[in-house]
Design a protein around this ligand. Structure first.
Ligand code: URA
Length: 231
């Protein structure tokens, strides 16, 4: 994983010119693993069909989860192996995963393959096409007081949906919150950092910019449409 020290990796792996929206932050983690970058490129291709897109997203989310869970707390427990008793580490708690509907569900199965014991919450948010503001239509959480919560959404665009979801999650008093996405716009990173400076972001890449209708450029289009074959 490339900790974001002093530079932003663009989608192409090169440094991005520094602007007010790309100020380096120790709270932004760009996962520059070759497999993540390769799969992301396949997902960007307009000709990649939904079935393949879903498969790639699931594989990529598994790899991203491996990185985002790196600092989960461990405790030593006494166990019996076939040969002897020993002390060995295990997770203190499984994290809770919160999916921002609907595109967040494309990341869920990869996350759950790595942390199968995680409980899952959902926040339903859609983007008002005129204002680009997030509008909530559904929310259901498991208990998450004192837990680590990973909020997932493939695209961090304006940051409005992510910030609204994090507001809801914070009201449940978790111990820590992390945000996981596949692709981020510099504007979304800046906006989420400003609304929730205590939340670290993990992403596969930071792209160039948002266009005038709030899509990430070069991006991969509408993640929900790409996952589910809608238009
Ligand atoms: N949501 C998407 O699905 N794609 C974008 O480019 C921006 C927001």
């Amino acid at each position: 994983m490339a900790r974001h020290e002093g530079r932003v990796l663009t989608a192409y792996g090169g440094p991005m010119p520094e602007t007010s929206t790309t100020v380096p932050s120790p709270r932004l983690h760009v996962v520059d693993h070759p497999l993540v970058q390769h799969k992301l490129t396949q997902m960007r291709r307009v000709e990649t069909p939904s079935e393949r897109f879903r498969q790639l997203l699931s594989e990529t989310s598994l790899l991203l989860t491996y990185e985002i869970t790196r600092e989960l707390a461990l405790q030593q427990v006494e166990i019996q192996t076939p040969l002897t008793t020993t002390s060995a580490p295990e997770l203190v708690d499984d994290p809770v995963v919160v999916s921002i509907l609907r595109a967040g569900n494309g990341l869920l199965d990869g996350v759950l393959r790595v942390v199968p014991g995680a409980r899952v919450g959902f926040v339903g948010l859609y983007r008002d096409h005129d204002t680009l503001e997030a509008v909530e239509y559904y929310c259901k959480f498991p208990p998450m007081e004192g837990r680590t919560v990973i909020v997932v959404d493939p695209m961090l665009a304006t940051g409005n949906s992510a910030a609204a979801a994090l507001d809801r999650v914070k009201a449940e008093n978790p111990e820590a919150i992390r945000f996981l996405c596949l692709l981020a716009a510099p504007e979304g990173v800046a906006s989420l950092h400003s609304a929730h400076p205590d939340v670290d972001i993990w992403t596969g890449a930071v792209d160039e910019c948002l266009n005038e209708v709030g899509y990430i450029v070069p991006g991969l289009g509408d993640a929900g449409d790409r996952i589910y074959g809608t238009t």
